[in-house]
Unconditional design. Structure first.
Length: 289
DNA sequence: ATCCTATCCTGGCTGC
DNA sequence: TGCAGCCAGGATAGGA
């Protein structure tokens, strides 16, 4: 499903088609896609608007308009964006169409209808609750170590919490935890300094590598706006590899459910914590608080 | 504070 | 080949 690397890829690919372009017509085929706003109000708001910038924040694509206001898009699980020549057929799952003065049209397409394309006056306000960007300057190893220590939640649900750290989803959490040798159920407060630094580095590394490969496509849903699948799925170490040998040690990857999410762990590389919420006993660190 | 469950959706898969 | 039933999951709301 689209996580930070996939959303970044989409933003990069649609940006050149949108910058400086004006919306000349708008139509909405599925009302819930545009959020709480009425179709009439949405169309009124975007008609004549000119794209000034296209950014990514967490898993959101923020398309700012000249003079204020923005379209904020979340692909959720199956959302896709295409900017294609006017005659292009977006298919039966098309939800919103925005015609551009370039002769192209912006299409928001979504099989499962969970995705959103909302017009907001103040995107900063809408995105205010999000945690730091994992690839941004705020996300330092020191901040991360402290933030983990300040809570006592299982690592996986915490990393999926967008108000804690913004942009990771199920795939990249599983991959990061495996690469750092940490179990998804380990308590955040039990993570010592060295492990926090390791996890910090692996989160950044896995996201950067995935962006380089234009994200992951493991089903028919995620495609870049150019219609291509990403290729990072070939680098997965645990995600979707239940029963297959760990690439590091050969032990079969175990699949379980953590926080309602399919979860993939190498039982040897990521030993299960003996007790939740307590510091690991051996080789303990000397952290001062 | 943290955890758990239900909700939103439908294509694709499994099993009969 | 058909079909019922289950699964996937990001975000959010509400309850324990």
């Amino acid at each position: 499903m689209p996580e930070l690397p996939e959303v970044e890829t989409v933003a990069r690919l649609i940006r050149p088609h949108l910058l400086g372009r004006t919306i000349t017509a708008a139509s909405v085929a599925w009302k819930r896609t545009i959020g709480a706003q009425s179709v009439a109000a949405f169309e009124r708001a975007v008609l004549g608007a000119r794209f000034e910038s296209v950014e990514r924040r967490a898993k959101y694509i923020v398309m700012n308009f000249h003079g204020g206001g923005a379209l904020v898009c979340h692909l959720r699980m199956t959302g896709r964006i295409h900017v294609e020549p006017a005659g292009w057929d977006p298919g039966k799952f098309a939800k919103v169409r925005l015609d551009l003065d370039s002769g192209r049209a912006f299409h928001f397409i979504d099989v499962r209808k969970f995705g959103r394309l909302e017009f907001v006056r103040d995107p900063a306000q809408k995105l205010a609750e999000l945690g730091p960007e994992p690839l941004g300057p705020e996300f330092t190893a020191a901040w991360f170590e402290r933030a983990l220590a300040e809570r006592s939640r299982a690592l996986k649900p915490l990393l999926l919490d967008q108000t804690f750290l913004a942009g990771l989803g199920n795939i990249y959490v599983d991959e990061s935890l495996h690469r750092a040798g940490l179990h998804p159920l380990a308590s955040s407060s039990s993570v010592d300094s060295a492990a926090a630094a390791r996890l910090h580095a692996e989160i950044r590394a896995v996201l950067a590598e995935a962006i380089e490969r234009e994200g992951s496509s493991f089903d028919v849903f995620y495609r870049t706006p150019e219609g291509n699948p990403g290729s990072f799925q070939h680098q997965f170490r645990v995600y979707g590899r239940g029963g297959e040998p760990c690439r590091a040690c050969g032990t079969p990857i175990e699949r379980s459910v953590v926080g309602q999410r399919g979860t993939h762990v190498c039982p040897k590389c990521q030993p299960r914590p003996r007790r939740r919420g307590r510091k690991a006993r051996r080789g303990s660190q000397r952290s001062k608080g």
